[in-house]
Design a protein around this ligand. Structure first.
Ligand code: UDP
Ligand code: GLC
Length: 390
């Protein structure tokens, strides 16, 4: 199967880390097109995946989740779609891995007559997107031959917005499970010391800094857990620098400087998770999937996650992790303390979480699923673009 993968960003967000694992499976005859240069380019090159850049015009790259789509961007989109159609001519499918990539891929498929598979990583609601983005998503959904969704929650939002149910396939993220939960107790203790933490319990929060990821909720919860240390790992990836600065101010204002540390974007997440007693997840808006939740489980840690979208599907409350009401500072601190105060139950939960994650989120499982979906004969797709093609 020759697949042209397309993604709008070259930053290492969750969608792009998911793409890295997918591309590995189709590496020999595939190529990735990105709309900008960035760290994803070298990650792909290290894996011997051909990568090209169709540079996005400023009028397109400045469009954020909630902003309007300027009229001036239309001509730029048409040009990019043309370039993408040229790239697509040697491939069987275009696989779009983000919202803008989806829109440009369906535009390109009008010209190239290549079918589009759109992997939707987002929950399509007004909590996450402005009207223009939702309109574009509707158009993309109507024109995509197949749509992959990263959770039931994402699928529900797609159906609510577009009524599209046909050829929509659930494909959970998958992980190189062998890289998690490998470090010994001594290594974990050493990592912790090197990071400057002492023996008090340590809770880790992993992910890009963004208001909807709720890092501020975590800091407020820490004010109610005076004997607990906190580690916030990640950077603002998509322009949320003001929020990142406000978090550092909160740490100072809340008197947390002595027991909270920030680490900018890190590569070795398994080791850092290994050093934690608990892994927290604090999103205040529905989390489409939540890779960090699975990674915490794979690391064998009790995960305390906000009861939204993906985490609801990943965690069995009280067995493989703990769920609490999103944004509820009291509930978060109580949940974390209940884990910390019951080390035996916490260890059992960590073990159960790891077993569940190993079973449900392996690369092999995802590759089998993708092969089934991607092999669906094109004639059965019944898409307007295909039925008019020769
Ligand atoms: N991550 C990382 N380094 C960091 C912080 C986060 O590699 O410093 C990874 C994290 O391990 C996870 C991904 O970024 O795989 C975030 O994905 P998630 O689905 O949790 O959230 P997203 O940012 O995609 O909404
Ligand atoms: C998006 C979502 C996140 C999901 C990731 C991979 O970035 O925000 O919840 O885990 O994609 O599917």
């Amino acid at each position: 199967m020759k697949i042209l993968f397309v993604d709008q960003t070259a930053k290492l967000g969750g969608g792009e880390l998911a793409l890295l694992e997918i591309v590995k499976h189709y590496r020999t005859e595939s190529k990735v097109i990105l709309f900008e240069d960035g760290p994803l380019v070298s990650e792909l090159q290290q894996r011997d995946v051909p990568v090209g850049i169709i540079k996005s015009a400023q009028s397109i790259s400045c469009i954020r989740r909630s902003s309007r789509i300027p009229l001036t961007s239309v001509a730029a989109m048409v040009k990019m779609a043309r370039d993408l159609a040229v790239e697509a001519k040697d491939f069987d499918y275009i696989f779009a891995n983000s919202q803008k990539a989806g829109l440009l891929s369906v535009l390109a498929s009008h010209l190239s007559k290549k079918p589009v598979i759109w992997y939707l990583h987002d929950i399509l609601t007004s909590e996450h997107f402005g009207r223009a983005q939702l309109f574009a998503a509707k158009y993309t959904a109507r024109r995509s031959n197949q749509i992959l969704v990263n959770s039931e929650a994402t699928r529900d939002s797609l159906i609510a917005l577009t009524s599209r149910e046909k050829d929509v396939h659930l494909v959970y993220n998958a992980f190189d499970t062998a890289t998690y939960g490998r470090s010994s107790k001594a290594e974990n203790a050493n990592t912790r010391r090197q990071l400057g933490f002492d023996k008090r319990p340590l809770v880790g929060l992993f992910g890009r800094l963004a208001p909807w990821k709720g890092q501020d909720v975590f800091l407020r919860a820490l004010t109610q857990m005076p004997a607990v240390q906190g580690m916030i790992v990640g950077s603002p990836l998509f322009g949320e620098d003001t929020y990142a600065e406000s978090l550092r101010r909160d740490v100072h204002d809340f008197g947390l400087s002595e027991r909270v540390k920030f680490l900018d974007f890190q590569k070795d997440i398994p080791s850092l998770m290994g050093a934690c007693d608990v892994v927290a997840h604090t999103s205040i808006a529905p989390e489409p999937f939540g890779r960090v939740v699975v990674e915490g489980m794979l690391a064998g840690k009790p995960v305390v996650a906000s009861q939204t979208g993906g985490p609801n599907e990943i965690i069995e409350h009280g067995v493989t992790g703990v769920l609490y009401a999103p944004g509820d500072v009291q509930a978060l601190s109580h949940s974390v303390m209940s884990v910390i105060d019951n080390p035996e139950a916490a260890a059992t939960m960590g073990r159960c979480g790891r077993e569940s994650a190993l079973r449900r989120f392996s690369l092999e499982g995802m590759y089998t699923r993708l092969d089934e979906v991607i092999q669906v004969p094109l004639q059965t797709v019944g898409h307007p673009i295909l039925s008019t093609s020769p």
